[in-house]
Design a binder for this molecule. Structure first.
Ligand SMILES: NC(=O)C1=CN([C@@H]2O[C@H](COP(=O)(O)OP(=O)(O)OC[C@H]3O[C@@H](n4cnc5c(N)ncnc54)[C@H](OP(=O)(O)O)[C@@H]3O)[C@@H](O)[C@H]2O)[C@H](O)CC1
Ligand SMILES: [K+]
Length: 471
């Protein structure tokens, strides 16, 4: 029994009434989406299976043709599953007799939160055949086989059209591959206690507030960002970051350019200022002169000694900073130096390859990996992907799924880096800026859709911000 169920039961709600409420919610969703048709309900030995039995009873009462397939022989069922099966008045077939093509709808209630090991035998056979079939699947709590804590698949799992879960999403609904297997996610309230801290938050505007400028503001008070640019040949990445920062609302954005690339940056930028930088001392002077409230370093920076010394100089100033791409990779041979230099106003934005370079020994599922990295770095770590995870020491981790596969395009990450810095410059803390930046960036990608490029994203980011902000 899950922690939440146990507390609800201890608080006086019986397990069977929780199951009844869960089943009623599921049936409401099923009947709202599917016309009456032959339904196969696959039931496991635990409370997920008990939900399945209760759903089967309710569908039968609504005149649906229903067949229950049970993994454990019906006479051997114990606990809530045994009790609900008995009260249902239904007789089940063995799971091995299940043929997906005979059903118009399959209700997957084999395993939910209690899955503890890879699927084998009849359960595996049933789900493998279901995964191959064209019949729609409604998963109860989770597609069976998906680990609710990590989103990984233990053995096998069949893709659902809809997953109905209770109380709140689980990490397994938000992290790949679970994210791709659960279909539409419907979260229903079955009266479980509201006060328990979740394992992760699902990113969205209720977690943060976008900054709004004061009436009598000026461009520096709106937030100044300094973006460290790379050599002539690789300037696009820093420019994309700069536009990302500006379009999310920073009032003044400057690119710090090597002397040899000044003309190229100047020729490509209008609203963004360009200033020269030579060594670490000049980097510090420029941070002060540009009145920067947030810094960006890494996109297109080059894997050079100059990048490394600019990162360390920038971190010494303790101005909020986003450290990305080459600025992470230059510490591949010596990640400890980066870890010691970092402070709590930094956000690291690695993709999985960069993550492996600075945290080579941290492995496991994405949620634990990101948490371990944040603990070591002592600051916010945002691990990119279809399921971006944001972790900050002592904060509930956040999973962002607002993106789209169309965002897997060159330069998109550079815009995200700039967006996070732009939000920090406007006063958001590292964690909130990373969350809001990731959410708006994903929304911008969705609005762009097919064929969106990184050049489109800053403009779309502005639209996404306008859609979310109250002012
Ligand atoms: N608050 C809520 O969210 C509510 C959830 N409900 C539903 O309850 C399930 C969780 O129920 P639980 O009994 O804890 O777990 P499961 O039903 O998922 O599975 C546990 C049983 O399955 C066995 N098991 C686990 N893995 C395997 C495997 N690979 N192969 C075979 N058998 C497996 C496990 O056996 P053990 O030997 O590990 O003990 C258990 O017998 C939740 O998902 C919701 O659907 C409530 O209905 C309402 C409140
Ligand atoms: K299930």
């Amino acid at each position: 029994m899950s922690r939440l169920d146990a507390r609800a039961v201890a608080g006086g709600t019986s397990q069977t009434s929780l199951i009844e409420r869960a089943a009623r919610s599921c049936v409401r969703v099923i009947r709202g989406r599917y016309t009456r048709r032959p339904a196969a309900v696959l039931c496991g030995p635990g409370n997920n299976g008990a939900d399945g039995w209760a759903i089967a009873r309710l569908l039968r009462a609504a005149d649906w043709p229903v067949t229950v397939y049970t993994l454990t022989p019906q006479k051997d069922l114990t606990g809530a599953a045994g009790q609900v099966a008995k009260g249902s008045g239904l007789t089940a077939e063995p799971l091995r007799a299940f043929r997906p093509e005979a059903a118009g709808l399959v209700i997957d209630a084999l395993f939910g939160a209690g899955l503890s090991r890879p699927l084998v035998g009849d359960a595996r056979g049933a789900l493998d055949s279901l995964a191959e079939a064209a019949v729609p699947v409604v998963a109860i709590d989770l597609p069976s086989g998906v680990d609710g804590a990590t989103g990984s698949v233990l053995g096998t799992a069949a893709r659902a059209e809809v997953t109905v879960t209770f109380h709140a999403p689980k990490p397994g609904h938000l992290l790949s591959p679970g994210l791709g297997l659960r279909g539409e996610l419907v979260v229903t309230d079955i009266g479980l206690p509201q006060d328990a801290e979740p394992d992760a938050h699902w990113n969205g505007p209720c977690l943060w507030t976008l900054p709004v400028p004061e009436r009598d503001t000026h461009k520096y008070a709106r937030g100044a960002v300094l973006v460290f640019g790379g050599p002539r040949i690789a300037g696009g990445a820093a420019r994309l970051s700069a536009h990302g920062a500006a379009r999310i609302g920073a009032g003044a954005v400057t690119v710090a350019s090597p002397e040899e690339a000044l003309d190229i940056y100047a020729a490509h930028l209008d609203a963004i200022m360009v200033k020269p930088v030579t060594d670490a001392a000049s980097a510090k002077r420029l941070i002060e002169a540009s009145k920067a409230k947030a810094l960006v370093i890494g996109p297109g920076a080059g894997r050079t000694d100059a990048t490394r010394s600019h990162v360390l100089a920038a971190l010494e100033t303790r101005v909020p900073i986003v450290v990305d791409a080459d600025a992470l990779t230059v510490f591949e041979d010596d990640p400890d130096t980066l870890m010691q230099a970092l402070h709590e106003k930094a956000v690291l934005t690695p993709h999985i390859g960069e993550f492996g370079r600075v945290f080579p020994d941290i492995q496991g599922d994405k949620l634990s990996m990101t948490a371990a990295a944040a603990a070591r770095a002592g600051t916010t770590v945002l691990l990119k992907g279809a399921d971006t995870v944001i972790s900050t020491p002592s904060r509930v981790p956040v999973i962002n799924t607002s993106g789209t596969p169309w965002l897997a395009t060159a330069g998109a990450g550079d815009v995200l880096t700039g967006a996070i810095a732009g939000l920090m410059a406007q006063g958001l803390g590292a964690h909130d800026a990373a969350c809001a930046g990731a959410y708006l960036h994903g929304l911008a990608g969705q609005r762009g859709g097919r064929g969106v490029t990184a050049d489109d994203l800053p403009g779309l980011l502005r639209e996404a911000g306008r859609a979310v902000a109250t002012r």
